[in-house]
Design a protein around this ligand. Structure first.
Ligand SMILES: [Zn+2]
Length: 230
């Protein structure tokens, strides 16, 4: 039994509350963790040889399994219930609240890392996640340019743009790499022929490389995030 009573344990760890935290933390390590695609709150919606799209939804007051990320990951926050994260050797980190529509990018390729995520309120935590499955050889094309868009994150594996389109405005451009387009707010029609209508926060579509794609905002405008998978 791990417990905080004896000085044997707490004396070694020096601080009683650390000891309590350690005793409550689930056992786990990167080796013991399951891959992210087997964690039930991370749904692999699409996968090909270059990328995977993960629909992440952690309900309120819920805790994920200990899971491992093996590939560089970019996420767009859709629902921002506060969370905390447990990992070895640090244990539980502080509570974090992300900004809705904010982009977070982590480099896991070649440095896999495992963690547990816990929601800390009555609010769920929801993300659209994009994994770049390349182990090396990421492309180095420059960014697209245009009105209404800004680069908000850039790493070896991704470049993310935030686009805030006024009502009914259409943008057309071509990316050198595949792009995951996620709706944060408003509505858009996105894509080449057979365009996808995105009307709910978190809906997404993939635009293929080297093909001009159009994004047309709906009557209330649109806030979208485009993630290039480099
Ligand atoms: Zn685009």
């Amino acid at each position: 039994m791990m417990s905080c009573k004896p000085f044997l344990v707490c004396g070694i760890l020096a601080l009683g509350f650390q000891c309590l935290d350690a005793a409550q933390a689930p056992a786990g390590s990167t080796e013991a963790a399951i891959p992210v695609d087997r964690e039930p709150r991370h749904r692999v919606a699409v996968a090909d040889e270059r990328l995977r799209v993960l629909e992440v939804r952690i309900p309120a007051h819920d805790t994920t399994l200990n899971h491992r990320h093996d590939h560089d990951l970019a996420t767009v926050n859709i629902e921002n219930g506060p969370t905390r994260t447990w990992s070895t050797p640090d244990g539980w980190g502080g509570v974090r609240t992300r900004e809705v529509g904010g982009v977070n990018v982590t480099e896991y390729t070649g440095q896999a890392s495992a963690h547990i995520v816990q929601t800390m309120s009555d609010k769920a935590y929801r993300l659209t996640g994009v994994e770049n499955l390349k182990n090396s050889g990421w492309t180095t094309h420059g960014p697209i340019e245009g009105q209404y868009l800004a680069v908000v994150a850039e790493t070896r594996a991704f470049r993310a743009y935030e686009m805030r389109l006024p009502p009914a405005v259409t943008m057309a451009h071509t990316h050198a790499v595949p792009v995951v387009v996620t709706l944060v707010d408003g509505s858009v029609t996105a894509g080449p022929a057979g365009a996808a209508a995105l009307t709910e926060s978190g809906q997404w579509t993939i635009a293929p490389p080297e093909v001009q794609h159009r994004v047309q905002a709906g009557p209330a405008g649109a806030r979208i995030v485009e993630i290039e998978v480099r």
